[in-house]
Design a protein around this ligand. Structure first.
Ligand code: SIN
Ligand code: FE2
Length: 219
């Protein structure tokens, strides 16, 4: 393929269009890719203040995915349950502020997926290493399900699972690449989803890691 063709392909991939996943759920291919360096720098800065940690589920299992948060509210789990709280339980300090670039990306992605005026107040940051996974779950600790979820993938690719309202519903598998954004809300707001065990690999910006930003209106 001539060089110009390759260029056109990569430009296309950088804003690679929309794929419907379920009613109210959309994959925006490459939507965050042009901002990848800034997003990852912000994650690194946040993690110097609120360290990545392996939280414990109410059932007593340590999660394989390491997590931290930014924004007015952060999602936490421990033996007493799942919840949002304003302070990092490790440091006692408020979570780092939500960077302006996260707010802008969340609103633009939500708008592109058909949800206007999305203003998240919580961003859960997940860090996956090869061998880690996130079991099927619903995002249901938020106060009002009228707001969508905006989920940004950075680094190593992963297989995302997107099911239905019931845990046993059939699941669609979607390969998510660096820069892809998934938005779900409305009829699929409470659909089950998860991430299959991350395969090993090396990403030029993140090394042997995948990061996911889950932007939510929690309060
Ligand atoms: C999540 O559901 O919290 C994260 C999803 C992902 O990592 O893609
Ligand atoms: Fe989730």
């Amino acid at each position: 393929m001539p060089y110009i063709g390759t260029m056109q392909q990569s430009l296309f991939d950088a804003d690679g269009g929309k794929e419907a996943l379920a009613p109210g759920a959309t994959v925006l291919r490459g939507f965050a890719r042009k901002r990848d360096v800034a997003l990852l720098a912000a994650v690194e800065e946040i993690a110097t203040q609120a360290l990545f940690r392996h939280m414990v589920t109410p059932g007593g299992f340590e999660m394989s995915v390491a997590m931290t948060n930014c924004g007015a509210a952060g999602w936490v789990t421990d033996r007493t349950g799942y919840r949002y709280q304003a302070h990092d339980p490790h440091s006692g300090a408020p979570w780092p502020a939500m960077p302006a670039g996260f707010l802008a990306l969340a609103d633009e992605a939500a708008t592109a997926a058909g949800f206007a005026d999305f203003v998240p107040d919580a961003c859960l940051i997940n860090r996956y290493e090869p061998g880690t996974k996130l079991s099927l779950h619903q995002d249901k600790d938020e106060a009002d399900y009228a707001h969508p979820i905006v989920s940004v993938s950075l680094g190593l690719p992963a297989t995302f699972q997107f099911g239905g309202p019931k845990r046993g519903d059939p699941v669609r598998k979607v390969a998510l690449e660096h820069g892809d954004v998934v938005v779900w809300g409305g009829p699929s707001r409470l659909f089950h989803h998860g991430v299959l065990t991350l395969k090993s690999g090396e990403h030029p910006l993140t090394g042997r890691r995948r990061f996911n930003l889950t932007l939510r209106k929690a309060l």
